[in-house]
Design a protein around this ligand. Structure first.
Ligand code: SF4
Length: 447
């Protein structure tokens, strides 16, 4: 439970020596409570107080890290329920299940396909995060061989799926160089799983059907020295999953109930056999409140929208995604190609660039620094005015690349035409269409 300023004050030396930079210990305590100061600024805090303060300052949802050959997946450590309260920092890990009943060749092909899958979305590279090897066979040797095949094919972080400690040990033996997530511990096997997690220094999934059951198990495991835990509420359907994860998230964040202060893993394929419905359930769990989602199969048609959904939820709304301001040649433009100007909001840039690219028409696209805002928003905020556009035309040196002096501005800012003529003497200002989709038609008609 987070401590109040007064509670922190009681743990400080209370000598008001000012060495921390604050006039009194109470002022320093208030800053600590507001997370605006660091405890190290006071050189006189006792070890006992340090321990108590560190425990109180621990995040309400623990950070869990899976790693493989330098590649990491970090989940958890969120401090708020909703994105509008504060940015989310650790995107949901998206993993794909690999049944150990597949042949070695099939496993290698699947692992490589998942590892190599990458889509470009408004300038961001979206990728999957890991593989979950599932001991469907119930055979330790087959499970170990599947883990080996996955390790040989890629360096993605791993989850090992089995409740049988002997099979888990066989898989772990083939996991050198990896910190996998062991999935998982139940009321029946937790002691054996705890031993494996401890010896491998690996995080462990705790599975129970109620928050009370999960809290009881995490209590036993932390008592046994296992701190890195992930929760599986074992509720598979749309409604039950939503209720369970919401309860756990609220208990952790609103009530600061430490026994469930861990990220959550979900398995949408266990709730929905139909691939389309599985994708929808995964989307629900990405939005609320999974830390990791294991997909039952690799299908780019499902994976792509899930990655875009995740990117949208985990993009800082206060920092719009932007492209670098500058000059972008599209379709190998020559000296007679048109010059167009837009803003550096990624979605705006890619809307214009994609329309031009797919039309096959060459052009010079000038991107003005409008602090990542779209055309109309930037114009209304005074970030995309005649002066900014003129500066962009001059700074990009486009005049040396073309044999004309014409620049096309977006139709939404036609009002800037007069001012721009003054800012850019000798240039002809042309007003383009309002929507990017109309740009090819406009160029055909006017250029
Ligand atoms: S340095 Fe420590 S003891 Fe001194 S005023 Fe700051 S909090 Fe108090």
């Amino acid at each position: 439970m987070a401590l109040s300023g007064l509670e922190i004050y009681k743990l400080l030396p209370r000598t008001n020596c000012k060495e921390c930079g604050y006039p009194t210990c109470l002022a320093f305590a208030m800053k600590l409570a507001a997370k605006q100061a660091e405890l190290v600024a006071c050189p006189y805090v006792s070890e006992e107080s340090k321990t108590r303060l560190a425990a109180a300052a621990a995040p309400p949802i623990r950070l869990i890290t899976l790693s493989a050959d330098g590649r990491k997946l970090e989940v958890g450590n969120e401090t708020v329920l909703f994105r509008h309260e504060k940015t989310f920092y650790h995107p949901v890990g998206l993993l794909v299940r690999v049944p150990d009943t597949l042949s070695a060749t099939e496993i290698t092909t699947l692992a490589k396909a998942v590892a190599n899958y990458k889509v470009d979305y408004v300038g961001m590279a979206l990728t999957l995060d890991g593989l979950a090897v599932d001991a469907v066979s119930g055979d330790g040797d087959k499970f170990a061989a599947a883990v080996s095949a996955v390790r040989g094919a890629c360096n993605l972080p791993l989850v090992l799926l089995t409740e049988d400690p002997a099979i888990m040990a066989a898989g772990l033996a083939k996991s050198a160089g990896v910190t996998p997530l062991l999935c998982g511990a139940t009321a029946a096997n937790w002691e054996a799983m705890a031993k494996l997690a401890k010896s491998a220094k690996a995080p462990l999934v705790v599975r129970a059907e109620t928050p009370a059951g999960l809290a009881e198990l995490t209590g036993k495991l932390t008592g046994a020295g296992i701190e890195d835990l992930v929760l599986d509420p074992a509720q598979r359907t749309f409604n039950a999953s939503l209720v369970a994860v919401t309860q756990l998230r609220r208990l952790a964040l609103k009530k600061n109930f430490r026994p469930v202060g861990y990220p959550i893993i979900t398995f949408p394929y266990l709730g929905e056999a139909d691939p389309a419905m599985e994708g929808l359930l995964a989307a629900q769990q990405i939005a609320k409140y999974a830390g990791m989602v294991v997909l039952g199969r690799f299908d780019p048609a499902t994976v792509y929208p899930l990655l875009v959904l995740r990117a949208n939820i985990y993009t800082d709304p206060q920092k719009p995604i932007q492209v670098e301001p500058g000059i972008y040649p599209i379709n190998k433009p020559g000296a007679d190609a048109p010059v167009m100007v837009t803003t550096n909001f990624s979605i705006t840039y890619f809307a214009v660039a994609n329309e031009l690219e797919s039309s096959g028409k060459p052009g010079w696209l000038l991107v003005a620094d409008a602090e990542g805002m779209s055309v109309l928003t930037a114009w209304a905020a005074g970030k995309f005015d005649a002066e900014t556009i003129a500066k962009t035309v001059k700074n990009t040196g486009v005049a040396e690349k073309v044999s004309h002096k014409k620049v096309i501005i977006p139709g939404h800012v036609a009002v800037l035409m007069g001012e721009l003529e003054e800012e850019l003497p000798g240039w002809e200002i042309k007003v383009g269409p309002r929507e990017a989709v109309d740009l090819p038609k406009y160029l055909t008609a006017t250029w």
